[in-house]
Ligand binder design. Structure first.
Ligand code: SF4
Length: 284
């Protein structure tokens, strides 16, 4: 790990030396004068860029002067240090977009900027890859707009992986109908349920639940003949007591219950929450 980090540092420094027109030099032989030469071209490091409107923000690794062969600055280079695999031919689209984003943001907030271009510096093989192309700021603003809160939620995309540990199931009506439709498996030992409480003994934690299958896909529920007994303990028992003490009579989401034969165990690893499908943004 240390070797890799060390090699990366040496690789990045070598690129920096070449940008300062110093060429290849062993690090232990760098003179004070040469190091000053390097420092002179570094205009900013770890610099935060924020658009005038405050909506876009980026953090560039390095901003250096772009020297010509006479050592005169002919512009700026936005450099991003990369420790991953270098590209075979050209930068992949994501990296190129990231670099151009820094470039374009820098240009936006520095109206008197000289010529600017962005580069990815790959320390593993000490190669430099330039990110050219049109401005990405319009796309960035469009993405920002797309992330604004809206009354309508984003379309749900239920699936085994994403729903597996999702903590929003008590508010999401989609996974429950996806399970009915066979898009999600029922789960074997650990499963989620939407139920109503038929009986509950707050002392022992014993409960009898009725599964409430979905009707449509907006969280509406129906009754069913499917009933099962459960033992609640610890945090789950506290949550259930709290719910029942509050006079709640609606459906309940049971998260990650453990099925053991005909009995279901609900403990510290579970959630017992009111079933509250959110179909639009609610702000108080
Ligand atoms: S449970 Fe709902 S919100 Fe969570 S990943 Fe599945 S579909 Fe998305």
């Amino acid at each position: 790990m240390i070797t890799k980090a060390h090699d990366g540092l040496v690789g990045a420094l070598n690129i920096l030396f070449s940008k300062a027109n110093i060429g290849k030099v062993g690090l232990s032989e760098v003179t004070v004068g040469q190091w000053k030469q390097v420092q002179d071209i570094v205009l900013a490091n770890e610099g935060t860029l924020v658009s005038e409107c405050g909506r876009l923000m980026g953090r560039l690794d390095l901003l250096i002067a772009d020297l010509d062969e006479n050592g005169e600055s002919k512009g700026w280079i936005v450099a991003d240090l990369k420790t991953g695999n270098p590209p075979k031919l050209k930068l992949n689209e994501k990296v190129s977009r990231q670099l151009r984003f820094y470039r374009d943001l820098l240009v936006e907030i520095n109206p008197d900027h000289p010529q600017v271009h962005a580069e990815g510096w790959y320390s593993s093989n000490q190669t430099v890859h330039r990110a050219d192309g049109p401005s990405v700021l319009d796309d960035a603003f469009a993405a920002w707009e797309g992330m604004r809160h809206s009354e309508e939620p984003l379309a749900a995309t239920p699936g085994e992986v994403q729903c597996g540990f999702c903590e929003w199931k008590a508010w999401c009506p989609v996974w429950w109908s996806a399970r009915r439709d066979g898009i999600l498996p029922p789960g074997s030992m650990f499963r989620d349920e939407v139920v109503s409480a038929i009986k509950f003994d707050p002392e022992s934690g014993a409960a009898l639940f009725e599964r409430m299958p979905p009707v449509g896909s907006d969280g509406e529920l129906a009754h069913s003949d499917h009933r099962f007994g459960a033992i609640l303990r610890d945090q789950a028992l506290d949550q259930m007591r709290e719910l029942m003490d509050s006079g709640y009579e609606g459906a309940i989401f049971l998260g990650s219950v453990r099925v053991d034969g005909k009995i279901v165990h609900i403990g510290d690893w579970c959630e017992v929450l009111p079933w509250t499908p959110l179909l639009k943004s609610v702000r108080e």
